[in-house]
Write a protein that binds this ligand. Structure first.
Ligand SMILES: NC(=O)c1ccc[n+]([C@@H]2O[C@H](COP(=O)([O-])OP(=O)(O)OC[C@H]3O[C@@H](n4cnc5c(N)ncnc54)[C@H](O)[C@@H]3O)[C@@H](O)[C@H]2O)c1
Length: 500
């Protein structure tokens, strides 16, 4: 982790790198984006102009072309123009071009009429159907064309491909440097496997050398799109090389939110994760609300109490990719909810899918171990989490049982579990599931680790220092608990998770 403080005029921004060294976050306090006025010519990238605001702060003014004047494109075009940049919108629809070009918003969206009219009046917002001229007369091109679903669910990337071809053709003879920024929602890999090759083929030039390509997803919501654009949850800048982001850093300078610089693939994926999670939240809230209603419980009260917990509920807790959940509560309580829903004749597919999804993850771990073709497997951690000896519905117990069934030779270590101390339903549970667990369990960590070809870390209760002295270069480690990078022991040939 590296943290650098940068005093950027009135505001103190901080830059902080994560362990991979690839993702960087920049944060700055909220800033009013109005009052930017053209100050002078000249910029590090050529013909850019500088803007200055009433506080004396400066930023570069760019010439920007925006391809696709739908919801994302026209809002982006209007907002960039509002921020003082010169913008030219491009669309294949003459009607949209005519509207934007005459100072009218092509979409119904709050504040758009006002922003478009203002920017058009100031001469900063134009529109055209001539894609080549738009690229040649701009320094940055944003691609905001649609990526609709085909009948199968597969993305239709034909608009992206078509536009990339047009931009590439325009770049063929363009002397000054150009930045192409994909903003449409595309699956990870699309920018690098489709956008860049198409641009390179059409231009006969090399991305990263003759022009640069970045990915910058949009997080606006229709209905509050302008507000979301100017005050986004965060700004994600994906690139193959941080050097490619010079212009975008200047463009987004002063954005009142964290700016993350990362790989193109991570930037593409963050957009999907965000949307999938938003959809999951809506589905979850609706299913819980339905259940509440049928149980005669006030869903509003439940929701408002539930969401007030920012420690476990509305927080990053439980959102780290790792292993299956278990223990005496979560599986049991999900089953009880599912059973009651059935009694009430309710279909709650999201809630019903959680336990099968969890089981699938145990299967994935089994597959990962079998895929190594190694037989001697040691599992560190038997209880469902560190600090307890509760074995009931521990996914580690399930994993061990499955691997035994597949002919693996298992050794198990858990500093919190001693068969002699187990009692009641806990003891009964483990004796039923793995009757000879006593012969597998050991308190000797050294012997358990050294005897294995595959070491499975299934508990946070192991110390990095302890393990580092024991792991050998021939061993494979599966870290199911996703230890912090600083706590991961070195020494094994491979160190990996099953979902990270
Ligand atoms: N709508 C949203 O709220 C939203 C939010 C975030 C991200 N996105 C993503 O942004 C992308 C655009 O979404 P949208 O809702 O703005 O789409 P849209 O369908 O409203 O607009 C797409 C525009 O692209 C134009 N277009 C198609 N081919 C073109 C070409 N060759 N040259 C120039 N223009 C062309 C179309 O005429 C249309 O005006 C999609 O990938 C979408 O998933 C949408």
């Amino acid at each position: 982790m590296r943290t650098v403080f940068v005093n950027s005029g009135r505001f103190m921004a901080w830059y902080s790198g994560q362990a991979s060294g690839k993702t960087w976050v920049t944060s700055a306090p909220a800033q009013v984006l109005s009052y930017w006025k053209l100050a002078a010519s000249a910029s590090p990238l050529g013909s850019f102009r500088r803007l200055i605001n009433d506080l004396g702060e400066e930023r570069v003014s760019f010439s920007i072309s925006v391809f696709g004047l739908g919801y994302v494109g026209s809002v982006s075009a209007a907002c960039f123009a509002h921020m003082g940049h010169s913008v030219i919108g491009v669309d294949i629809s003459p009607a949209k071009v005519e509207m934007l070009g005459s100072g009218r918003s092509p979409i119904i969206e709050a504040r758009m009429n006002e922003l478009v009219a203002e920017a058009h009046g100031a001469g900063r917002l134009k529109a055209t159907t001539d894609s080549v001229a738009a690229v040649r007369n701009s320094e940055i091109t944003f691609v905001c064309v649609g990526t609709p679903s085909l009948r199968s669910g597969k993305l239709d990337l034909s608009h992206i491909e078509h536009v990339a071809g047009e931009i590439g053709t325009a770049l063929k003879d363009k002397k000054s440097r150009h930045v192409v920024v994909l903003r449409s929602t595309v699956l990870p890999g699309t920018t690098e496997s489709l956008m860049i090759p198409t641009l390179e083929k059409a231009s006969g030039r090399r991305a990263g050398k003759d022009f640069t390509v970045c990915y910058n997803p949009e997080f606006m919501r229709e209905g509050s799109a302008v507000g979301d654009f100017l005050q986004p949850p965060y700004t994600i800048l994906g690139s193959q090389d941080g050097e490619h982001l010079a212009a975008l850093r200047q463009l987004y300078q002063g954005t009142p939110a964290a700016i993350y610089e990362t790989s193109i693939g991570a930037a593409e994926m963050v957009k999907y994760v965000s949307n999938a999670y938003h959809a999951l939240k809506v589905g979850f809230a609706n299913e819980i609300g339905t259940l509440c209603k049928h149980l005669g419980v006030d869903a509003q009260v439940v929701t408002s109490i539930f969401t007030s917990d920012t420690k476990l509920n509305i927080s990053p807790t439980y959102l780290s990719p790792g292993f299956a959940f278990g223990g005496s509560c979560l599986p049991k309580d999900l089953r009880a909810l599912g059973y009651r829903a059935k009694e009430l004749d309710l279909s709650l597919p999201l809630l019903e899918s959680i336990l099968p999804s969890n089981q699938e993850h145990v299967d994935r771990a089994v597959e990962a171990v079998l895929h190594t073709k190694k037989k001697r497997v040691s599992v560190l951690g038997l209880s469902f989490k560190a600090g307890t000896d509760d074995l009931r519905e521990s996914p580690q117990v399930q994993l061990i049982k499955r691997l035994l069934g597949e002919g693996c030779q298992l050794r198990v270590w858990d500093k919190d579990v001693s068969l002699g101390h187990l009692a009641g339903s806990n003891r009964q549970y483990i004796e039923e599931v793995i009757p000879h667990i006593g012969s597998l369990l050991s308190t000797d960590l050294e012997q358990v680790v050294k005897s294995a070809e595959v070491v499975i870390i299934g508990t946070r209760g192991v110390q990095k220092d302890q393990l580092e002295g024991l792991l050998a270069p021939g061993q494979i480690v599966f870290d199911l608990v996703n230890l912090d990078a600083s706590r991961r022991p070195k020494g094994a040939a491979q160190y990996q998770g099953i979902c990270w």
